[in-house]
Ligand binder design. Structure first.
Ligand SMILES: NC(=O)c1ccc[n+]([C@@H]2O[C@H](COP(=O)([O-])OP(=O)(O)OC[C@H]3O[C@@H](n4cnc5c(N)ncnc54)[C@H](OP(=O)(O)O)[C@@H]3O)[C@@H](O)[C@H]2O)c1
Length: 248
């Protein structure tokens, strides 16, 4: 299989900032056209589009609240209408709510499950038929899909469930589409800014991580590019942990 990515489009959810933006940059630099989504970060979306254009590929950011099934339906229709050759979907958008069982509201529970678990499911259901042969889907879990804190139940449950959804979909969509997952450790983005901005917590994570540092968005983008692209010809249904060894 060649590494010529010309005229192949990848859909990246939550591509305007954080890990999603790094994925968008990495893939566009490799020659993929990009469709990405964002929710409220309009300015970041515009600057991501501008940054991608310098690679000479097509790029378009769509505002989609992925907690809404109607919006997912509309977006899927727009993607189909675009006529672009869809090579892959990267289901990256996610939210973290760190509440305990007595603190978490129904709304936060539902929002977390809808965005982190149901949105990847609905997008896959709506769009798998237009993914090209030998195409790919990559979902994003977390080390908290394997381990648990005594809080963040919606987050942890959604991240464990996406690992198993990945396995089932991989079996159903094989051999045409590979479905894999990446489970990041502690990555420096807005999601855990409070954590890495605190000197004590920053140093604690650094100390207990065998690779002796926090992860950066590009660490995850590199793993996604590999799992998604033509170098991965035979891995499907897997979750690749990218955590500097903290989960060992
Ligand atoms: N950072 C970490 O340490 C870490 C660790 C493990 C796993 N992960 C996972 O990696 C993925 C990306 O995380 P990140 O750290 O890059 O997060 P982030 O910086 O907080 O970015 C979150 C992204 O999700 C989008 N989003 C939020 N609510 C949405 C909604 N209702 N509908 C559509 N999109 C929405 C945001 O768009 P707007 O800007 O428009 O709001 C943004 O693009 C998530 O699935 C996360 O769980 C992260």
């Amino acid at each position: 299989m060649t590494d010529d990515r010309e005229n192949l489009t990848v859909i990246v959810t939550g591509g305007n900032r954080g890990i999603g933006k790094s994925i968008v940059m990495k893939l566009s630099e490799s020659g993929y056209d990009i469709i990405f989504t964002y929710n409220t970060g309009t300015e970041e979306a515009a600057s991501t589009e501008e940054a991608v254009r310098k690679f000479g590929v097509k790029v378009k950011g769509y505002q989609v609240d992925l907690t809404s099934r109607t919006r997912i339906e509309d977006f899927s229709k727009q993607v189909k209408k675009s006529g672009q050759r869809i090579f892959a979907i990267v289901n990256n958008a996610g939210i973290y709510k760190g509440e305990t069982i007595d603190e978490i509201t129904d709304e936060d529970w539902e929002k977390t499950i809808n965005l982190n678990l149901s949105a990847p499911f609905y997008l896959t259901r709506n769009l798998h038929s237009i993914i090209m042969d030998n195409g790919s889907i990559v979902n994003i879990s977390s080390v908290y899909g394997f381990r648990a804190d005594p809080w963040a139940h919606g987050y942890q449950a959604s991240k464990a469930a996406i690992i198993h959804l990945t396995r089932g979909l991989a079996k159903e969509l094989a051999p045409r589409i590979r479905v894999n997952c990446v489970a990041p450790g502690y990555i420096r983005t807005d999601m855990n800014k409070e954590g890495w901005e605190s000197v004590t917590f920053y140093n604690k994570i650094k100390k207990i991580t065998p690779m002796s540092r926090w992860g950066e968005p590009e660490d995850i983008a590199n793993a996604i590019k590999f799992l998604m692209g033509p170098s991965n010809s035979f891995i499907t249904g897997e979750t690749l942990v990218v955590d500097g060894g903290i989960g060992l």
